[in-house]
Design a protein around this ligand. Sequence first.
Ligand code: NDP
Ligand code: HSE
Length: 439
Amino acid sequence: MVKGIGRVAPPLKVGIAGLGVVGAGVVRLLDEHADVLAARAGRPIKVVAVSARDKRKKRDMPKGNWRWYADAVELAHDPEVEVVVELIGGSDGPARVLVEAALKAGRGVVTANKAMLAMHGARIAALAEAKGAPLGFEAAVAGGIPILKALREGLAGNRIDQITGILNGTCNYILTEMRETGRDFAEVLAEAQKLGYAEADPGFDIDGVDAAHKLAVLTAIAFNTKVDFKAVHVEGIRDVSAIDIAFAREFGYRIKLLAIARRTPRGIEQRVHPCMVAADTPIAHVDGVFNAVAAEGDYVGRVMFEGRGAGSKPTASAVVADLADIAAGRSAPAFGVPAARLQPLKAAAMADRIGRYYIRLIVRDQPGVLADVSAVLRDERISIESLVQRGRAEIENQPVPVVLISHEAREADMARALKRIARLRSVLQPPTLIRIEPL
Ligand code: NDP
Ligand code: HSE
């Protein structure tokens, strides 16, 4: 008998596709917390079928008496499976085929696949609604933080004006380790991969694409718009160097890869890029694999959520929360409003954004360099708040870093200025630009 309920209700029967970092975590959690989950959901949650590529692979999870499918799509047609849990990954390919097949067959779907949702979210939600099938993807954004439920339910009374997040655990881990230990980018990335934080292709993490996938999903829920991944301005952390981290510290900032969605008079701005944030703000202290999401509502003001953004256990926690909702019969439109009511997103052009900038140059140490750089900035109407040249080269003409902090400037003007600065003979590397974000 299930503790906490008088009568044993029939279990919710699930099929899990993908038994990697997240899938194995889900199997472990369902096993370890079976009783408490059954009490909370009103009935047990039972795995009846699974699929992965390699049946003989050793997996960090208990063994079960479930059916094995070499072809994941067959899970969608297993007559016993009520909910398919898709934990394979990839925006298209087997994951998408499986999800669409399951929904068409009227099965529920739970997925952690932000890449697929960023590309096909509106269509998948519409299909789920047409078939009356539950759809959950809490694990797709910010790992263990229940941010989607919070936005859909807890903040339902608010007009959301801005979402600011650290949405990629791998990047936050890399930036934190580089800052705190001075370790090398590649070494820390390899460690994040070993810890199960990174995507199958870690380029998605370090180039900002994964955070952009998540931001596109968050934006849709926060602003009731169709998911519009193409409208996200995306930059990653490959160009952030130890020099920038040191300068940030000197100026009282920390570098974070932020994902920001903001309501503006020009439309909705969606951007992911490295930012300098004041070292005394709460988000500056969200370190390691932790994620954070701050939402600004017109009635509630700012609320901030923090928790582990990647890894087996936090992500399994979010997947199982969706399963518990389905088992309990709690359902809501996955994007907060029915898919047909999601509006096309009116995107604010990045070129019109106004902000302050950190620009780091590596220049030849010779007379006239700073005058040349200043002349370009003057021509593009960009005014400089401070300029720092650290040290002098021992020998004239050797490379030295120069850092400029701008006053507020328009993105398009700054982009033009940087193009011209990059062409100066005394500038030895492409300039590094990091936006200074007031929070
Ligand atoms: P893994 O690479 O660890 O696991 C992927 C699993 O999918 C493996 O078990 C693999 O099988 C299986 N698989 C691959 N291709 C197929 C196929 N054609 N048919 C059946 N199974 C297949 O990935 P993760 O667990 O890290 O990620 C899974 C999903 O969760 C992704 O969408 C990811 O973006 C998302 N996610 C991951 C987080 C994390 O921290 N890792 C956090 C939040 C979301 P085999 O084991 O046999 O190779
Ligand atoms: N690769 C992702 C990250 C996993 O590092 O945040 C969680 O979505």
